[in-house]
Design a protein around this ligand. Structure first.
Ligand code: ATP
Ligand code: MG
Length: 413
């Protein structure tokens, strides 16, 4: 049997992709895929008529192709991913290729052919291709039945300008937009369950995500920082995080706890976190902050408290999980691969100096009055001066250099 070249097609939704917008989207997706597939035997990656095609090296086996397609399917912007072969625009070859693809499709008893030509310069239309290729496959596999509705396997055949692509494995991807096509955001990233999901969701909508983690250090251990690093490494596998800033926040919390009425502590911690995140957003030229809050989930997530924290900053604050139930968030965290890491307990600033009964309906004048006793501007300068940075692989991000008095960058491990 002739050996056909293995390919993987990344399909994306074309709705809303017109003119200039479209080529920016495609180029971004191509670059992101290129960066994430460096460990695989890829010859080249090209755009072909509404798809991105990954050409695999000669001799690449099925398992490697499937492993690469699984990586591709988790990359934002990919709506579907298909594993198959490239061949000539020749019906006999397409039939041979379809048989090769079917032979790797696992157990099945019913199939159909779904052919598509992107140009009428190929004389046979889609309907005729379905019949010709379908007929030949039926003859070659007499024990298999053709079924139009819900077959076990659909053989995709795509005829483009100078080649055909044939596949029998096609699975949904995560959808969304390629990271880097929707600007940049700063995500408040704890080691909890919610904020990694919120970050992932923003990345899936095409935002480059910069995390900021507030550690309880030096008042607590640095355990939460290791968990956040583990979470970031999971997000990095799909190009969903670019950098994480870590802020040793324990001493500031201690000062706040000593200065403001106990019931206002949490709001003060959170207002300071937002202000620091906004300062980092300015440095990063990021357009918004992101949190993993969900309405009413805990005391700080009441409408009044959300208003009182939002007021601390000028930039928009996005909360992609605001209307999501905890169980749904857990499901998303499991799919994103962050749940197990987030389920480990680590003291962070959330557990430090917590009052017995935090305010659930903060009144802004009272908050501002209490806050006026704190040297916030000085603290923010000091925090930015001492913030620690770790970068992750994200092809859409050009690392920003921090200008500060003391450079406290930690080298990557
Ligand atoms: P999560 O599971 O994301 O920690 P949560 O349900 O525990 O959320 P809170 O602790 O009230 O809720 O935090 C609400 C949001 O504030 C988080 O989703 C996150 O965006 C941000 N946040 C909380 N703690 C930290 C932290 N230590 N560092 C950075 N951001 C934080
Ligand atoms: Mg938390």
């Amino acid at each position: 049997m002739i050996e056909f070249q293995r390919i993987i097609l990344a399909h994306y939704h074309e709705i809303g992709l017109k003119g200039h917008n479209r080529s920016v989207f495609e180029t971004r997706l191509l670059k992101n895929l290129e960066a994430l597939l460096t460990g695989f035997p890829v010859v080249t990656i090209h755009r072909i008529s509404g798809r991105i095609c990954v050409f695999l090296r000669e001799g690449t086996d099925w398992d490697t192709a499937v492993a690469a397609s699984e990586v591709i399917g988790r990359v934002p912007g990919v709506a579907r991913v298909s594993c198959g072969f490239k061949c000539e625009r020749d019906l006999d070859e397409m039939i041979q290729t379809a048989l090769a693809a079917l032979s790797e499709a696992g157990d099945f008893s019913t199939f159909k052919v779904a052919a598509r030509r992107n140009h009428t310069d190929f004389a046979t239309n889609s309907m005729e291709m379905n019949q010709i290729i379908g007929g030949a496959l039926s003859e070659a596999c007499p024990d298999k039945g053709v079924r139009m509705k819900n077959p076990d396997v659909t053989v995709g055949v795509e005829v483009v300008q100078n080649a055909s692509y044939v596949y029998a494995r096609s699975v949904p991807g995560v959808g969304g937009l390629p990271v880097g096509s929707s600007g940049k955001v700063v995500c408040l990233l704890s080691s909890g369950i919610d904020s990694p999901v919120a970050t992932w969701k923003m990345a899936r909508r095409g935002a480059v995500c910069i995390g900021v983690h507030f550690s309880g250090r030096p008042q607590t251990s640095d355990a939460s920082e290791y968990l956040v690093d583990d979470i970031a490494r999971v997000l990095e596998r799909t190009g969903c995080i670019a950098r994480v800033y870590t802020v040793p926040f324990g001493d500031y919390q201690r000062e706040i706890a000593l200065t403001v009425p106990p019931e206002l502590r949490v709001i003060m911690y959170r207002r300071l976190m937002f202000k620091v995140a906004e300062a980092l957003a300015r440095i990063e030229h990021a357009g918004a902050l992101v949190t993993g809050e969900s309405l009413g989930q805990v005391a700080s997530q009441t409408l009044d408290n959300i208003r009182a924290t939002d007021q601390a900053v000028d930039c928009p604050v996005f909360r992609p999980l605001i209307g999501t139930d905890k169980l749904e968030i857990i499901g998303e965290a499991q799919r994103a691969g962050t749940f197990e890491i987030s389920s480990q307990d680590a003291p962070d600033c959330c557990t430090l100096f917590m009052p017995r009964s935090p305010e659930t309906h903060a009144k802004l004048p009272v908050v501002l009055e209490a806050e006026s006793a704190l040297p916030l501007e000085k603290w923010i300068d000091e925090i930015i001066d001492n913030v620690e940075v770790r970068d992750y692989a994200c092809s859409a991000y050009k690392p920003k250099k921090l200008r500060r008095r003391r450079d406290a960058e930690i080298p990557a491990q």
